[in-house]
Design a protein around this ligand. Structure first.
Ligand SMILES: [Fe+2]
Length: 440
């Protein structure tokens, strides 16, 4: 790598770290100390835990490991180790107070910026392509999305504001498109900041399938509800029905009935459900029941990625549905520019070669695949990043949402959660296997 290329990488790493920090500050500066230390939901950490954890991970990886500098606060490592304390138990820990946490993350960041300037970006896999910096940028952006989820769980007045996302472009789209059968390249070996579970690139054969052109809308979801979707056991898996009964599921999270209409609480603003928007805050089980009701199924993870990346004219897999360019505001609803998904049929410039829209951004999409490593997977830089979660407990989510930053979203990016979770910004689209004669 030339000196100029190294300098460009350093500048990019520094700029991305700075951008992530502005977002972390914006999410925490709008609330008073009481709201920062309080637990808004047992599913979520106090916001001030997230902030100091961001700083502590940065100290561990960038200051101590990459920078080779002495520990600043090894006494707090244990408090901010996500594997040592459940989210529910975190408010009772002797956490740094908001002022102390802010001071700590600033002190860490000052040292990090020195490290970015001077550390050689070669000789160790951790620093090649500035990977460690990219990993910490993604870590901070992912916690920012987590903090955005915590904002949604708050029960008081709105403090976040953003303009509405763009509307649908008005063209009538086909409900589904056929993705041709055959091999495609899944995952990546070249994306410099891709995480271990996205690697390596490998060939996967996928039979021909139909996939919905857009995510399922609230209007479509209300039809499922009106047709007794939540009362018909035959539409649900055994585990899904058991959970529906235990949790008394009746509608997506944050929906409530007001006479004969449905209202949704969106970051403290309660307003009628918008039928044209993708449904959000549904669990894997609800998505699966809807798909069965519609005579379809959820896509597998390989089907989703093929729909998002495969270009039939070249046989190549793209970085994103629209091509290899980084996401811009014309392509996808990412980066918390808006606080809700855009209407189904928005973002024509973000469509895949086959015309599938909104695969990236808007809502995370549940797919019917458990978290697993790709063939040739090796844990990097540590097993706790993803390998310890492999197995049947987690279902995959793909594509990012309005609260996901572009730095933490790629055509290959993989997210996962428990199939009962719905405080996340999760929606879905359906797929189906062609019937006899449909392939001509
Ligand atoms: Fe973390």
């Amino acid at each position: 790598m030339t000196t100029t290329e190294q300098e460009q990488l350093r500048a990019k790493a520094a700029a991305e770290l700075e951008r992530a920090r502005l977002r972390s500050a914006a999410l925490t500066d709008v609330l008073d100390d009481d709201e920062l230390v309080r637990q808004h939901s047992p599913l979520m950490s106090p916001l001030i835990w997230d902030l100091a954890h961001i700083g502590n991970q940065e100290e561990l990886w960038l200051v101590r490991d990459v920078g080779g500098l002495p520990a600043m606060r090894s006494d707090i490592d244990e408090l901010y180790d996500a594997f040592k304390h459940s989210r529910a138990s975190r408010p009772a820990l002797p956490l740094l107070k908001p002022g102390e946490a802010r001071q700590y993350v600033e002190q860490v960041r000052r040292k990090t910026m020195d490290v970015v300037d001077r550390v050689p970006l070669q000789g160790r896999r951790l620093v090649e392509n500035a990977f460690a910096f990219g990993m910490l940028v993604q870590h901070e952006q992912q916690h920012d999305e987590t903090m955005l989820i915590t904002h949604q769980t708050r029960k008081s007045t709105a403090v976040l504001h953003a303009p509405d996302p763009p509307k649908a472009d008005g063209n009538v789209l086909p409900q589904e498109v056929l993705v041709p059968g055959g091999p495609f390249t899944m995952g990546t070996s070249t994306e410099p900041w891709a995480l271990d579970n996205e690697r390596p690139a490998h060939q996967v054969h996928v039979d021909a399938f139909f996939i919905d052109t857009t995510p399922i809308s609230c209007g479509q979801y209300r039809e499922f509800m009106a047709d007794g979707g939540y009362e018909r056991a035959e539409l649900w898996s055994e585990a899904g029905w058991a959970h529906r009964n235990k949790a008394n599921l009746r509608a997506p999270l944050y929906w409530r009935k007001d006479g004969d209409r449905w209202l949704r609480d969106c970051f403290g603003v309660v307003a009628p459900v918008r039928d044209a928007e993708p449904v959000v805050h549904v669990s894997f089980h609800e998505a699966q029941a809807y798909a069965r009701w519609a005579g379809k199924r959820l896509p597998t993870e390989a089907e989703w990625e093929k729909a998002a990346r495969f270009d039939p004219s070249t046989g190549r897999s793209r970085r994103f549905p629209w091509g290899d360019d980084d996401p811009g505001p014309e392509h996808a609803n990412l980066g918390q520019r808006h606080l809700r998904p855009a209407e189904v049929g928005a973002y024509p410039a973000g469509a895949s070669p086959l015309g599938v829209r909104q695969l990236i951004g808007d809502v995370w999409e549940w797919v019917d695949t458990d978290l697993h490593g790709y063939p040739g997977f090796t844990a990097f830089p540590y097993q706790e990043y993803s390998e310890v979660f492999f197995g049947p407990d987690y279902k995959m989510l793909r594509g990012g949402c309005f609260g996901t930053d572009a730095a933490a979203c790629r055509g290959t990016f993989r997210n996962w959660d428990y199939p009962i979770r719905r405080q996340i910004f999760s929606g879905f689209r359906c797929a189906r296997t062609p019937g006899g004669g449909e392939l001509g």
